[in-house]
Design a protein around this ligand. Structure first.
Ligand SMILES: [Fe+2]
Ligand SMILES: [Fe+2]
Length: 298
């Protein structure tokens, strides 16, 4: 997989606004990967954050917009906000299915997320919020590469709509990888702030996700199940083994996300969407081992 740090100058105009027609099914919403309920609940917990985190990112970027003097960067910022807005709307749809199955747990988790992001937006400086946004986006780029590298292990045989949702989301995270970095750089740009934002955003989202999957797995009766805990440890080990080197390169003072070459899988996914938005929303999870994505037959 192409993750080498070659410099690529990809114009952000590659960003495309898409609305894949995902068809979520309620009875498979919790354990959408039946073979990996632990990973299902990690993703579900992370999904709960999106309708709070992504509007906060958009709000932060819109606050920065009048301060930007580069017209291309303003266009990129608008496309970025368009992509993030599509993400949280689709996650909201999926999260509603989760909420129908675990209403009390989801209400509690959502209330905490809503309070966190309202507090950040209200009490923190624009510099802090831009650093958070850039920290989150650098991690999202690393997570996108990890998910594509580990796609067969993580999504193999899973229900197609949720796997396709997550892979679509992270294809677009890879597409808009440069925008928050360039906006942050344009407006404040200090290394110390960038690293503060990276650690704060990473720590915050991981803490909230951990609380989420803990509550969800407890409700499933899996948290005290030894086999399930070992499976959870195995999934987390695979995830962090892939993520750690990608996280470490972000720490380099000369890091820029454009140095991270995009996986070939991403452009192949974009071509599938170009041909059929329905196909991109229905990936064949039994064929993820293949080098390029394949959709389920119509
Ligand atoms: Fe997103
Ligand atoms: Fe993003």
């Amino acid at each position: 997989m192409a993750t080498t740090e070659t410099v690529t100058s990809e114009p952000a105009s590659r960003m495309t606004l898409r609305r894949p027609p995902f068809a979520f099914s309620r009875d498979k919403a919790l354990h959408w990967n039946a073979g990996k309920p632990e990973f299902s609940q990690i993703v579900n917990a992370a999904s709960l954050a999106m309708p709070y985190l992504e509007p906060y990112l958009i709000k932060t970027m819109r606050e920065a917009r009048p301060l930007i003097t580069d017209a291309q960067l303003v266009r990129d910022l608008d496309l970025y906000c368009g992509q993030e807005s599509a993400h949280y709307r689709q996650h909201r749809k999926f999260n509603d299915e989760l909420k129908a199955l675990r209403p009390e747990i989801i209400d509690t988790l959502e209330a905490a997320l809503a309070a966190d992001y309202a507090r950040l937006a209200r009490d923190r400086s624009l510099t802090f919020n831009l650093a958070y946004a850039e920290g989150f986006e650098s991690m999202a780029l690393a997570i996108g590469h990890m998910l594509i590298e580990e796609r067969e292990f993580l999504f193999g045989g899973a229900e197609s709509a949720v796997a396709s949702l997550v892979l679509w989301h992270f294809v677009e995270e890879i597409e808009h990888k440069n925008v928050t970095f360039d906006v942050f750089k344009h407006i404040s740009g200090s290394y110390l702030w960038r690293i503060t934002g990276l650690f704060y955003a990473t720590g915050h989202i991981m803490w909230r996700t951990r609380r989420g999957y803990h509550a969800l797995l407890k409700a499933d009766g899996l948290w005290r199940n030894l086999r399930s805990r070992l499976a959870l440890a195995h999934v987390l080990f695979r995830i962090f083994k892939s993520l750690t080197p990608k996280f470490l390169r972000i720490l380099h003072p000369a890091y820029h996300p454009s140095q991270v070459a995009d996986p070939e899988w991403v452009s192949a996914w974009a071509a599938i969407y170009e041909a059929s938005d329905t196909a991109a929303a229905r990936l064949d999870t039994h064929r993820l081992r293949e080098a390029l994505p394949v959709a389920l037959p119509a």
